[in-house]
Design a protein around this ligand. Structure first.
Ligand SMILES: *[C@@H]1O[C@H](CO)[C@@H](O)[C@H](O)[C@H]1NC(C)=O
Ligand SMILES: *[C@@H]1O[C@H](CO)[C@@H](O)[C@H](O)[C@H]1NC(C)=O
Ligand SMILES: *[C@@H]1O[C@H](CO)[C@@H](O)[C@H](O)[C@H]1NC(C)=O
Ligand SMILES: *[C@@H]1O[C@H](CO)[C@@H](O)[C@H](O)[C@H]1NC(C)=O
Ligand SMILES: *[C@@H]1O[C@H](CO)[C@@H](O)[C@H](O)[C@H]1NC(C)=O
Ligand SMILES: *[C@@H]1O[C@H](CO)[C@@H](O)[C@H](O)[C@H]1NC(C)=O
Ligand SMILES: *[C@@H]1O[C@H](CO)[C@@H](O)[C@H](O)[C@H]1NC(C)=O
Ligand SMILES: *[C@@H]1O[C@H](CO)[C@@H](O)[C@H](O)[C@H]1NC(C)=O
Length: 594
């Protein structure tokens, strides 16, 4: 009878718009699925997409590459025109606030078949052929808003479609949109009001307010005109419901993945390093949310729960509505831990969100206010290896706080069979707000801790100096071009095509893409400038002699896309692909291209 009571309780207080419900679980409900395989639903989506969408998508992409006039070896054609040998391509978009969101958006636009300039460059069309897209922190804003808005072009994504979806509304400050303090307080009260029902049944935190904030920018329902008025502001938009959108129903979208870190009190790491965004140790458990499940592919946990029933902790009473798209996006972009050094800094940097929460919804002092808090569906699971197996609440936070600022892990899940990852890195590794390769190194190091059951991550330079001295930041670089270990003849994991926001423009124009992660207002003109420079970065390739651009770059990218399938087919790399790999592959000391 407990469930009836709970259900009534929730319904009785449903004054504030929210879709949270608590009911008896469906028959045969299983809270936890163990292992490192993908869900049945994902398997089904992927195979439908391979069958009905990818053949035409790759064929159109191939014709755009050919449009650049560069002769391709015949195996590129035959792979991309085959129905059964099509490659699996992943796109991973780093964190870094609006800078990363916009840089990621710029790369997406440069790969989009719907943009005539991208088509002319020969990169357009690859977006439509990608299987998986991952984002964390700022990168997840792009990934989730794109998915929920039904896959519009980047111009519509950022500036709105003039209808229900208002775009990113970057003219208002993300933390404090109201200039006036009184209005700002009213605004925060409105955000607090929107989590009242949830707070009755679940531990709430600054992360919930952050979610309501992000929802006004990255989901449907908010426009500049209704920004401060009472409304749902995306509160009913659940990540698990997006699969019903027309572009998902017709398998036109790549599957989105979001990575999230666990802030476990049982894992001690380095003390807060001044000036660095790395806060958690690399053995921090990494979680993934996709449209079907929430869980961890680390061998230390290897468990997943149905996304639709997130918030549930047993097989009898099922919660629904907890997986609000922007609550999960707020989790992967939850920055509050960074400021949790002293209460003063925390308050000043979070518009006093933690204080407001503490005053409005007093809770047990054991509940952290700086994380996003999830009832632990994995209670009692993997007690030997999962640090928080005995915790009732999982305190979750920004997916990049362990230093892996680009979400590569979803692409290393073996069954996804990813052949090539386009790694888009717009982290602010250095004070000039450029990426210098740190996230690749972090993932390489972490793979030494949790490699079991995952595909091989290619070797990357062990030191940052090499990235700079070998120009791996100012032009695209390929990693994993040779067999992954000297002893194994065949590589077991993907190639990484690394695209860094790593250097000022070659033509000497003023750099626009290296804005601070703490810039919270972006005028349209600035965004257009950033998108234009990102377009150049994604489409120019390497500098060739006196020419700023590589006329073969589009062909080279296609060579990387098909390379694993080429190798599986026992075909020798040839033609332009040979010279492309010489130009773009980074090789470990003593290794040679096969
Ligand atoms: C958001 O709005 C767009 C059009 O503006 C629509 O196509 C899409 O289905 C909407 N998404 C959701 C989750 O309602
Ligand atoms: C929103 O609703 C709350 C309570 O229902 C009210 O106090 C507040 O004034 C309203 N705000 C606006 C901008 O309408
Ligand atoms: C299942 O979880 C609910 C909370 O969602 C709790 O009220 C109930 O007592 C639990 N039931 C069992 C059998 O543990
Ligand atoms: C937080 O509260 C303090 C004291 O009430 C105030 O001085 C400060 O301006 C507030 N910070 C923000 C960002 O609103
Ligand atoms: C929350 O409020 C309680 C009671 O006022 C106070 O003791 C505690 O320090 C506050 N916690 C935080 C994190 O502000
Ligand atoms: C700050 O972090 C500590 C652990 O590092 C945690 O115990 C505390 O609750 C956090 N503060 C807030 C306001 O959540
Ligand atoms: C962007 O890079 C340029 C050149 O390195 C540098 O002078 C400038 O300060 C950077 N801008 C920001 C906001 O970091
Ligand atoms: C195509 O991309 C270019 C470069 O960013 C941009 O200027 C243009 O607006 C885009 N076109 C469309 C239709 O989105």
């Amino acid at each position: 009878m407990a469930f009836v009571l709970l259900f009534k309780l929730l319904m009785g207080s449903a004054a504030v718009a929210t879709g949270l419900t608590v009911q008896r679980c469906p028959p045969k409900f299983e809270l936890v699925r163990r292992g490192q395989t993908i869900s049945t639903a994902e398997r089904k989506y992927t195979s439908q997409r391979r069958e009905h969408v990818l053949p035409d998508a790759f064929s159109a992409y191939l014709s755009n590459v050919k449009g650049t006039g560069v002769a391709l070896p015949s195996y590129v054609d035959s792979i991309l025109e085959s129905r059964d040998k099509l490659p699996n391509v992943g796109l991973s978009i780093s964190g870094g606030g609006h800078r990363a969101a916009l840089f990621g958006a710029g790369v997406i636009n440069a790969l989009d078949a719907r943009n005539a300039s991208s088509v002319r460059k020969g990169t357009g069309g690859l977006l439509q052929a990608i299987s998986h897209i991952a984002g964390l922190s700022g990168g997840s804003w792009t990934v989730t808003s794109l998915a929920q808005a039904n896959f519009p072009t980047i111009q519509k994504l950022i500036f709105g479609d003039g209808e229900n979806y208002g775009g990113w509304i970057t003219e208002l400050d993300l933390r404090a949109p109201a200039q006036d303090p009184v209005k700002q307080t009213e605004y925060v009260q409105q955000l607090l009001g929107e989590i009242t029902v949830k707070a009755k049944h679940f531990p709430v935190s600054a992360g919930d307010i952050w979610g309501r904030t992000l929802a006004r920018h990255f989901t449907n329902g908010t426009t500049l005109a209704n920004f401060f008025t009472n409304g749902t502001h995306g509160s009913g938009i659940l990540l698990s419901d997006l699969i019903k959108l027309p572009t998902f129903a017709s398998h036109l979208q790549p599957l989105p993945h979001i990575t999230i870190n666990l802030a476990s009190k049982h894992i001690t790491g380095p003390s807060f390093p001044a000036g660095s965004l790395k806060l958690l140790p690399l053995n921090t458990p990494m979680f993934e949310a996709n449209l079907f499940e929430f869980g961890s592919y680390d061998d230390a946990l290897a468990a997943h729960t149905p996304l639709k029933y997130l918030g549930t902790t047993n097989n009898s009473i099922c919660v629904q509505g907890f997986d609000e798209a922007m609550f999960i996006t707020a989790t992967t972009s939850n920055p509050f831990l960074l400021f949790n050094i002293t209460a003063n800094i925390l308050a000043a940097n979070t518009a006093n969100y933690t204080t407001f929460i503490n005053q409005t919804f007093p809770q047990s002092p054991n509940i952290r206010l700086d994380t996003n808090n999830y009832p632990n569906p994995f209670f009692g699971v993997a007690p030997e290896t999962f640090a928080d197996s005995e915790e009732t609440i999982l305190a979750m936070c920004d997916g990049g706080l362990d230093g892996q600022i680009t979400p590569y892990q979803p692409m290393l899940v073996k069954e996804r069979e990813i052949d090539v990852i386009i790694g888009v890195d717009a982290a602010n590794d250095v004070p000039e707000n450029y990426a210098v390769g740190a996230s690749l190194i972090a993932t390489q190091q972490r793979m030494q801790i949790f490699a079991e059951g995952l595909a091989t991550f290619p070797s990357v330079p062990a030191s940052l100096d090499v990235f700079a001295s070998q120009s791996l930041l100012s032009r695209p670089a390929f990693f994993g071009c040779t067999p992954s270990t000297p002893s194994s003849q065949k590589p077991t994991g993907p190639i990484v095509v690394y695209l860094a926001n790593g250097a000022p423009p070659r033509d000497g124009s003023a750099p626009l893409t290296n804005t601070s992660s703490f810039q919270f207002i972006y005028p349209e003109e600035q965004i257009q400038g950033m998108l234009a420079q990102t377009f150049t970065i994604a489409t120019q390739g390497a500098r060739i002699g006196d020419s700023l651009e590589d006329p073969e770059w589009a062909a080279c990218l296609a060579c990387a896309v098909v390379d694993r399938e080429r190798e599986r087919g026992g075909i020798k790399r040839s033609g332009v692909c040979d010279s492309c790999f010489t130009r773009y592959c980074w090789l470990e000391e003593g290794r040679e291209l096969a």
